[in-house]
Write a protein that binds this ligand. Structure first.
Ligand code: GAR
Length: 197
């Protein structure tokens, strides 16, 4: 049973999906950390009886903030860290320290549409397909090897809101499935690649 720490910045619907899927799964979420004290995802965690912590980033260097995160995760005995709508770039040192044990969900079919304002850009480009990716985190933003992806159609009438809702629905299935693979040791980061067994 792998002990999971989840980092969030907002509503935490992916956190909610990870919580709902944990019965019978090879993972247990033991700590949820937010950099915003008003992140509503904290309430989801508390309702499920999971320990929460707020570590504000304001007024701190990236290294100081990341060192606080790292210490809190290690003190709790976290083995795998899931980013779930965590809107902070992590320092290279933090990322290297958790290499192979740090994953993120991103609302595009990576390597397409890294970064922010994804749905706006997908629509503006006239794409007919989009989706979501769970990937290992590496120092370069949204560039780590993919563990799992799911696609959705983009309709001509889509707005960023309707597309985001469609992608979110598949995110909620994809993230628990990818975390199960990682927690079971069925996927590993080796020499910069996702290796499945
Ligand atoms: C999700 O769509 C997630 O893929 C995205 O933020 C949303 C968080 O929603 N993450 C990123 O864009 C990371 N670059 P949630 O708080 O309801 O899980």
């Amino acid at each position: 049973m792998k002990k999971i720490g989840v980092l969030i910045s907002g509503r935490g619907s992916n956190l909610g999906a990870l919580i709902e899927a944990q019965a019978g799964a090879p993972y247990k979420i033991i700590l949820v950390i937010s950099n915003h004290e008003d992140a509503s995802g904290l309430l989801r965690a508390q309702a499920a009886g999971i320990a929460t912590l707020v570590i504000p980033h304001k007024g701190k260097s990236r290294e100081t903030f990341d060192a606080e995160l790292d210490a809190a995760l290690k003190n709790a005995g976290v083995e795998i860290v899931c980013l779930a709508g965590f809107m902070r770039i992590l320092s290279d040192g933090f990322v290297r320290g958790w290499e192979g044990r740090l994953v993120n969900i991103h609302p595009s079919l990576l390597p397409a549409y890294k970064g922010t304002q994804v749905h706006e850009r997908v629509i503006a480009a006239g794409e007919t397909t989009s989706g979501a990716s769970v990937h290992f985190v590496v120092p370069e933003l949204d560039a780590g090897p993919v563990i799992a992806q799911a696609s959705v159609p983009v309709h001509p009438t889509d707005t960023p809101e309707t597309l985001s809702a469609r992608v979110l629905e598949v995110e909620h299935k994809l993230y628990p499935a990818a975390l199960r693979l990682l927690a079971d040791g069925k996927v590993k980061l080796e020499k910069g690649l996702s290796v499945f067994s």
